[in-house]
Ligand binder design. Structure first.
Ligand code: F6R
Length: 241
């Protein structure tokens, strides 16, 4: 794993956006694997800014998102569809038919997950996968478990993830307890991976991910086996390494 230490969140976002831009320039029809959550917001801001300045073109780019809550419609403010639209898709010239996010409204989870898995294969896999890191070491919604789960599937979210997500829902509103997530196989098959980590609250888990044993109890630790992972993390997140 290559590690780039940045001064702060802003610096992390800018460096990550540079890596993504380089990918888009080298291969304009690349497949980008995208994440939601608070970590990549600054990256998307920066990409939008460069797009508005005329430096980036999304017209041929294809995107595949990691996950979506089960039961949330695309226009629900907390759905990942809504998030991606708000932070990136509605602000750049991406072709709508090139956007892929699991359909949380498809109740037939086997059909939905099978479709998603096949779609990734038909796209020829992912060129650059962007990942955030959960406090429990999850990537996508691949939560700590007794084995690594390879395929796109329906998952029960852990209590800690449900709690961490609660801040995004208004009081009294029920927080989703299940999600559809891309599995470890599609993530590990990405040609390049960019792991973004910011903040002192991620320092312990980042140390486990990078220096600890490879275990499904820390799902992101499997990234140690990938040949091309770049970690861009701020000083605070790297504080325990
Ligand atoms: C979101 C996702 C999650 C987040 C992780 C970190 O699509 O896949 O794995 O990357 O929960 O979330 P933040 O960035 O909010 O700390």
């Amino acid at each position: 794993m290559r590690i780039y230490e940045t001064r702060d969140y802003r610096d992390m976002s800018r460096k990550a956006a540079n890596v993504i831009s380089a990918q888009m320039i080298l291969k304009p029809d690349c497949v980008l694997g995208l994440a939601t959550g608070s970590t990549p917001i600054g990256v998307y801001e920066q990409l939008v800014d460069w797009y508005q300045k005329g430096d980036l073109d999304f017209s041929q780019v294809k995107t595949v998102n990691l996950d979506e809550y089960r039961g949330l419609a695309p226009d629900h403010e907390q759905s990942y569809h809504y998030f991606m639209d708000r932070h990136l898709f509605s602000r750049v010239n991406i072709n709508r038919s090139h956007i892929h996010i699991p359909d949380g409204m498809n109740e037939d989870w086997q059909e939905e997950c099978g479709r998603y898995e096949q779609m990734i294969e038909e796209l020829g896999g992912i060129d650059l996968q962007i990942l955030g890191l959960g406090h429990n070491g999850h990537i996508g919604f691949n939560e700590p478990d007794f084995q690594f789960a390879p395929l796109t599937r329906r998952v029960d979210l852990t209590e800690s993830t449900i709690e961490a997500n609660r801040r995004f829902f208004s009081e009294g509103e029920s927080v989703p307890r299940q999600a559809y997530t891309m599995g470890i196989k599609a993530i590990m098959s990405a040609r390049k991976i960019l792991l973004l980590v910011s903040g002192a609250d991620k320092a312990d888990i980042l140390k486990k991910v990078m220096e600890g044993p490879i275990t499904p109890q820390v799902p992101a630790s499997i990234l140690q086996l990938h040949p091309d992972v770049t970690v861009i993390a701020d000083r605070e997140a790297l504080g325990k390494l």
